[in-house]
Design a protein around this ligand. Structure first.
Ligand SMILES: [Zn+2]
Length: 229
């Protein structure tokens, strides 16, 4: 990756950063999201979902929008990863412990010393809801990695951390909560949005749920996206 800068395209959250009045903002968001959900890869010309596009390049040479396959091909060349073989995986539908189906999309990106395989649900064309990642050596068989990722997703879908009761959403009886820390547009990122059981939970709502346990202790552990919790 030497000398090359890359970054995923801005999320829909970033596209929202030019309000100019509420009605105007909502309309512009919808148009922007529709226009950019699919992008033509600068190298192979393939129409590609926005979530699989990487902005790649340098200040001197300019930037290009590359599909995962073309981006990985460039990393292979730069880092001499001859044994890496890119694969595009089709979406997979998995059912959680309440019978609710979840459609997972996949993205494979090399990052020099490793390969990251991401699985996520989509909302308005962007990753949302349940999100998982596995990191491996670039020489590892991607199909094996996919199998491990799906097993990880199955384990996560077999447990619900929140329950809907008379008092609204509450922390489940086993009193253990796992989730992802996400950006909350509504608060400009000053407080987190939590993704628990694939649902967006505001910081305030989570605080309300914690108040059921006023006076109790808690333990907070923060782990990398690819770690098993
Ligand atoms: Zn391409």
């Amino acid at each position: 990756m030497s000398g090359v800068f890359w970054e995923p395209l801005p999320s829909r959250a970033c596209l929202k950063s030019n309000p100019g009045g509420l009605l105007c903002s909502v309309k512009m968001d919808r148009v922007a999201a529709t226009l950019t959900q699919e992008i033509r890869c600068s190298a192979c010309g393939q129409i590609t979902p926005r979530y699989a596009i990487v902005n790649c390049g340098s200040v001197e040479k300019g930037y290009r929008q590359l599909c995962s396959r073309c981006f990985n091909a460039e990393v292979v060349q730069l880092d001499g990863l001859d044994k890496f073989e890119h694969l595009n995986f089709k979406p997979v539908r998995l059912v959680d412990c309440t019978g609710q189906p979840h459609d997972f999309h996949f993205r494979t990106h090399l990052f020099g010393t490793g390969v990251a395989l991401d699985a996520f649900e989509l909302r308005n064309g962007d990753p949302a809801g349940y999100q998982f990642q596995m990191i491996a050596d670039p020489e590892e068989d991607l199909l094996v990695l996919l199998g491990r990722l799906i097993e990880k997703i199955r384990r996560a879908l077999s447990v619900k951390h929140l329950t809907d009761g008379e008092l609204g959403l509450q922390i489940a009886d086993h009193q253990l909560t796992r989730g992802t820390i996400a950006w909350d547009d509504a608060h400009d990122g000053h407080v987190p949005l939590l993704i628990i059981d694939g649902r967006e939970i505001t910081w305030e709502d989570f605080g309300r749920m914690l108040m059921t346990f006023e006076g109790w202790q808690f333990k907070l552990e923060i782990r990398d996206k690819s770690a098993e919790l």
